[in-house]
Design a protein around this ligand. Structure first.
Ligand SMILES: C[S@@+](CC[C@H](N)C(=O)[O-])C[C@H]1O[C@@H](n2cnc3c(N)ncnc32)[C@H](O)[C@@H]1O
Length: 212
């Protein structure tokens, strides 16, 4: 079972501390509560192909790589126009079961994938373009980050596109944007699963994450 602190290869994924509203944060860029949910959701699959849009230094990628190693995922493509050593190290742990596409996520939204982790460019135009492509592909599961961060400059896209996702009708959706002391979950995480077989299991994982 996944335990964040056991992951030697996640550690270089951290940046240095920074300051928001007078508080010092040690950023994982996606909160570890949410990263753990990503792992658990990926483990609902059986060797699924997954796509991550926006990996930065690989915090969330670490969950997907662990799910590759544990059999939930079968292949992982990470789309990010930027390369960095920390992400290379995380991907190396997945061996030849994962690859980085050095470019835009929307270029990778042509081949079918079962699971999309969506955390790339958060501008409105790009997120709309990506949502159109994700919606056409209709993977089983979408996890999108920063969906409640519309008041952060440059982060407006997920919040503006969120109603399109929620009203699509084909998906069961949950959003966790709770403010928790010492965490960063108010940035918001959307989980959307195609209505059908996986719905109950995904909902159970989501509720367990919220209540943990
Ligand atoms: C918010 S960070 C991702 C954080 C990451 N999920 C984590 O857990 O640390 C956004 C990333 O998206 C990448 N990016 C920017 N434009 C992109 C695009 N068009 N397609 C894919 N990734 C993009 C940036 O280079 C950056 O690494």
């Amino acid at each position: 079972m996944f335990r964040w602190d056991d992951w030697e290869f996640t550690r270089p994924a951290a940046d240095g501390p920074f300051c928001v509203d007078g508080r010092v944060w040690w950023p994982w860029w996606i909160d570890r509560r949410h990263v753990e949910l990503v792992y658990r959701l990926a483990m609902l699959g059986s060797r699924w192909c997954a796509l991550e849009i926006g990996a930065r230094r690989g915090s969330s990628t670490s969950a997907l790589v662990q799910a590759l190693k544990d059999g939930g995922l079968g292949f992982l493509t990470v789309a990010d126009p930027a390369r960095c050593l920390e992400l290379d190290r995380v991907l190396a742990a997945g061996g030849d079961l994962c690859e980085q596409y050095v470019g835009s996520g929307v270029d990778c939204l042509r081949a079918p994938v079962r699971f999309v982790l969506w955390d790339g460019d958060h501008s409105v135009g790009i997120v709309r373009e990506e949502w159109a492509a994700v919606s056409r592909l209709a993977p089983d599961l979408i996890v999108a980050h920063d969906v409640c961060a519309g008041d952060v400059a440059g982060c407006e896209g997920p919040a503006q596109v969120l109603p399109d996702v929620l009203n699509d009708g084909r998906w069961a959706c949950w959003v966790d944007g709770a403010r928790r002391p010492g965490e960063w979950t108010e940035r918001g995480l959307l989980v959307a699963v195609r209505r059908g077989a996986l719905e109950a299991a995904v909902e159970a994982e989501f509720r367990a994450m919220v209540e943990a």
